[in-house]
Structure formats: structure tokens, C-alpha cells
Design a binder for this molecule. Structure first.
Ligand SMILES: C[C@@H](N)C(=O)N[C@H](C)C(=O)O
Length: 186
């Protein structure tokens, strides 16, 4: 197994062109509450480096990534699960899983001006329309495949029930770790 890069890194330090809009730092999320006391997106360094690879591939094609969520502290996961306790769409709190150990991103595709492209659903649309197996219109299919191909090429696996959720293919090799994203501001 290659050496994992297990520290945390601010994703915009690796690539400032990545747009960050952490929805749980605002009221514009399914809870309608501000859940985070930070607006900085961090991830495990190896995972952040993979995102930078995907971003480069997309920029070369005329697109940018917008990140809606990255590392998510366990306390935040507890609040999200309290509001929507359905593991299909919100994972049970577990420090050894996904966002809670900094190996997952919720994201979408934008043009170079930062305008979001049409995707299967809005963020956190907790319906079957968000499933990767759902029918997509031709326009949405093109946008979805552009994002999906770049993320797969960079080493991510898409969560089957949420088109926006990409997990590092090495996620199971990372031990749990916690961090304060405010310590990683640039
Ligand atoms: C809540 C949603 N954005 C999400 O991240 N869902 C997955 C399943 C998770 O909670 O890890």
C-alpha cells in the first residue's frame, strides 16, 4: 500500500481555483441552521491532493469544482443525523467514516466563472432523484459524466445514493482523526 498522507490540508491551499461554499456554515442547508463555526474546507492531505488532481483535469476542460462540504466534525454529524435520521442520506455518527475523518467531499461542477451547471438535483435533495442509478436528462448526463470521470480518474468513488458525494478510494486505510478547520485558514 502506498504511504498515506494523513495530516489535514486546506483544499484551497493546493488549488485556489476550487470554489468553497460550506453549506453547513450557513442556514442554506436542510437543517436551516448554522451547524459549523468555520468556513474553511479541509481534508486529509492525500484526499485533498486527489481533489487537486480532479480540479486540474476539469480546469483543462473549462470547468471548476465547487465544494459544498469536506471534513465534518463528529458533533456536526450528530446534529445532522438528529434532524434527518435516515442513513440512506445522512450517515450515523461514526468517527471512522467518510466526512467525519476527512476523506469525502460533497461537490458539484461549475463553469470557469463559477456558475453551477445543471446536475441531477440540488444539494442534499434526499430523494431517489439523487441516486446515481436514477434517470438523467441528456444535458444533465453530460455534466454528471464530466464530473464523475474526473473524480474517478483522481481516485474517488461516488456514493451510490448521492450524486454529489465522492469518497477517497483509500478511505478505509485512514484512521479516524479530528481537526479544527479554523486552524487551517489561509
Ligand atoms: C448529509 C449529506 N450531505 C451527506 O454527507 N451524506 C452522507 C451519507 C454522510 O452523511 O456521510
Amino acid at each position: 500500500m502506498p504511504q498515506l498522507r494523513t495530516g489535514f490540508t486546506n483544499i484551497q491551499k493546493l488549488d485556489p481555483s476550487i470554489i468553497v461554499d460550506l453549506r453547513y456554515a450557513t442556514t442554506n442547508n436542510f437543517t436551516k441552521q448554522v451547524i459549523y463555526d468555520f468556513t474553511t474546507a479541509i481534508a486529509r492531505t492525500g484526499t485533498a491532493e486527489k481533489l487537486a488532481l480532479a480540479s486540474k483535469e476539469l480546469k483543462d476542460q473549462g470547468y471548476r469544482i465547487k465544494v459544498w462540504d469536506a471534513y465534518r466534525p463528529i458533533k456536526a454529524q450528530e446534529k445532522l443525523f438528529e434532524v434527518y435520521p435516515d442513513p440512506t442520506f445522512v450517515a450515523k455518527p461514526n468517527p471512522n467514516f467518510s466526512h467525519q475523518k476527512g476523506v469525502t467531499f460533497d461537490l458539484t461542477l461549475c463553469d470557469l466563472n463559477g456558475n453551477e451547471l445543471t446536475m441531477p438535483t440540488p444539494f442534499d435533495d434526499f430523494s431517489e432523484k439523487a441516486y446515481r442509478s436514477s434517470h438523467r436528462s441528456p444535458e444533465v448526463e453530460i455534466n454528471y459524466q464530466i464530473l464523475h470521470t474526473a473524480m474517478q480518474n483522481a481516485g474517488f468513488i461516488g456514493y451510490e445514493n448521492e450524486w454529489w458525494d465522492y469518497r477517497d478510494s483509500d478511505m478505509d486505510n485512514y484512521e479516524p482523526a479530528a481537526a479544527d478547520p479554523n486552524d487551517y485558514k489561509i
